[in-house]
Design a protein around this ligand. Structure first.
Ligand code: C2O
Ligand code: CU
Length: 571
């Protein structure tokens, strides 16, 4: 009898071993001259490429990425966006929060389990490095024997991004200077790392042909070759630093079926609105006139970039037409940049797919209302939540909390709501001069249910409210509702969608609007929650949540070595 049990346990163990694999990657991260939009500048590459290599794994696998920082004079950290890091909070890759940055010349090994199939991202998470080109996709497939609830013939990933010609250092220094230097609109939009800047726009003497070369093959448009009659799953994601985007394929409707790793009740759209940090899967049928190619376009929405940033263009190449054959039509125009209604409509239409609904707890234990404002603090421009602008400490929070280094950040609790929120005028430039910079955090009771209300407001420009894509590390949250105007704590919660809300890790708060989220604080660690606009986060638009840090296992010494943790690093 006992032999039988031992035997079957052995069989089980072997089966589990056969299923969960280790996916090992070795990455060399460095600066290289690149011309993704024909204009040559320094970009951060992974193994020579931007976008970097895709991570392909199966649900349950362990991903191991050995990262060597060959940037020479710059620190580095890489975040695995959408991977919850259950049991490995020190692999989240958030410089200042979960680890000390990787020093030039050092190698750091990220190790984590991809516990759920879906489409995710990775990108640099130190300073404003993401904008220099360090990003890529993570595709986690279902375990053997399981099928997606929608059939398709081919599976492709496309990353959208925006691109600046100045360096992320110039941007960062501008943002933290008096007078303030805003990053402005990007020069180009990139579709899977390729765009096209009009070199003739460069004024002499910078019209040096080696610096901008329209015939450089590096900036030939991205081509997606498709076979007529087939169905494609396109995994579209955005790592844009600033821009909210609309994505469109000429003559082809798209059916949204996945968002941030969760199945969506299918909806058909002509434009996909996508905010930085989001991932979607759409299905398309290759069913148009097959003798020609079609445009794939991306446009900026939410900001007026019509005079500054041309649309990003790629080609949907119907096989066997020549991939370089230019579509015979003009690229379709994008939607009106300032029309919020269709964006809000798409956000609100995204619901969990029938049969895959994971209902949220009916009530929350704590409600945090985050008023999003732009403020001046000591003459510098910042973004704040409830008049607090986040500044990261020198010693990462995870280490500080685990090793009881209480003096390295402000231990005072932060308010769950701005005092006076009820009277706060979100429709006009508010004179909220009492904002401060702080490294204080929110401590959440382990396993409790937390609601976050993101409340948008006017920026410091008259009649201007921006779109902010909010991303939560370490969790997925339910999206309970959206609204325009001031959140009404008595009546709006009655309208929450508790029946089939989508779970996501990134969600937009629309101009002058609010967005309500719910999550369970059940992942021991310290997690950043922030606006995914690179410049906004740099200007303090974020908060930090701690939960169950006492349950976190022994920290690897490799994450130490900065701030007060220098002595913790064993050589
Ligand atoms: Cu994709 Cu903290 O970011
Ligand atoms: Cu923002």
């Amino acid at each position: 009898m006992s032999r039988l049990i031992t035997l079957s346990l052995c069989v089980l163990a072997t089966m589990a071993l056969a299923e969960a694999r280790v996916r090992h990657y070795k990455w060399d991260v460095k600066y290289e001259f690149k011309s993704p939009d024909c204009y040559e500048k320094l970009a951060i590459t992974v193994n020579g490429k931007t976008p970097g290599p895709a991570i392909l794994a199966q649900q349950g696998d362990t991903v191991v990425v050995e990262v060597t920082n060959n940037l020479g004079t710059e620190n580095l950290a890489i975040h695995w966006h959408g991977i919850r890091q259950i049991g490995s909070p020190w692999s989240d890759g958030t410089g200042g929060v979960t680890q000390c940055p990787i020093l030039p010349g050092d190698t750091f090994t990220y190790r984590f389990i991809v516990d759920r199939a879906g489409t995710y991202l990775y990108h640099a998470h130190y300073g404003m490095q993401r904008g220099a080109g360090l990003y890529g996709s993570i595709r986690v497939s279902l375990p053997d024997g399981m099928a997606e609830p929608f059939p398709y013939d081919y599976d492709k990933s496309i990353i959208l991004s925006d691109w600046y010609h100045n360096s992320t250092y110039e941007q960062a220094v501008g943002l933290s200077s008096i007078p303030f230097g805003w990053v402005g609109e990007p020069q180009s939009l990139l579709i899977h790392g390729k765009g096209k800047f009009d070199c003739s726009k460069l004024a002499p003497p910078s019209s040096d042909p080696s610096a901008c070369n329209a015939t450089n093959p590096e900036c030939s448009p991205y081509v997606l070759t498709v076979v007529p009659g087939k169905k494609y799953r396109l995994r579209i994601s955005s790592t844009a630093t600033l821009s909210a985007l609309s994505f469109q394929i000429e003559g082809h409707n798209m059916t949204i079926v996945e968002a941030d790793g969760h199945y969506v009740e299918p909806i058909v759209v002509q434009n996909l609105f996508i905010y930085s940090g989001e991932t979607y899967s759409v299905l398309i049928k290759i069913d148009q006139e097959p003798s020609r190619n079609y445009w794939i376009t991306t446009n900026i929405v939410g900001r007026n970039a019509t005079a500054t940033t041309p649309p990003g263009l790629a080609v949907l190449n119907y096989y066997p037409n020549h991939p370089k054959r230019v579509p015979p039509t003009n690229p379709p125009a994008g939607p009106m940049w300032n029309d919020v209604a269709p964006r809000l409509a798409q956000s609100s239409a995204i619901k969990a797919r029938q049969g895959y609904i994971h209902t949220p707890p009916p009530k929350s234990d704590r409600v945090i209302v985050f008023l999003n404002t732009q403020n001046k603090i000591d003459g510098y421009y910042h973004w704040s939540l409830n008049n607090v602008s986040l500044s990261l400490p020198n010693t990462p929070y995870l280490i500080a909390l685990k090793e009881n280094l209480h003096h390295v950040f402000d231990q005072r609790p932060l308010p769950d709501q701005l005092p006076g929120f009820a009277d706060y005028p979100i429709y006009r430039v508010a004179n909220n001069t009492n904002a401060t910079s702080s490294n204080a955090i929110y401590r959440l009771k382990f396993n409790t249910t937390v609601d976050i209300i993101l409340q948008n407001a006017n920026s410091m420009i008259v009649n201007n409210s921006e779109t902010h894509p909010w991303h939560l590390h370490g969790h997925d949250f339910w999206v309970l509702g959206y609204g325009i105007g001031k959140f009404d704590p008595d009546n709006d919660p009655k309208k929450y969608n508790l029946a089939n809300p989508i779970k996501k890790n990134t969600v937009a708060v629309h101009p002058y609007g609010w967005t309500a989220l719910r999550f369970i604080a059940d992942n021991p660690g310290v997690w950043l929650f922030h606006c995914h606009v690179e410049s906004h986060f740099y200007m303090g638009m974020g908060a930090v949540f701690e939960e169950g840090v006492d349950k976190v296992g022994k920290l690897p010494s490799e994450i130490m070595g900065c701030g007060e943790t220098k002595g913790f690093k064993t050589p």
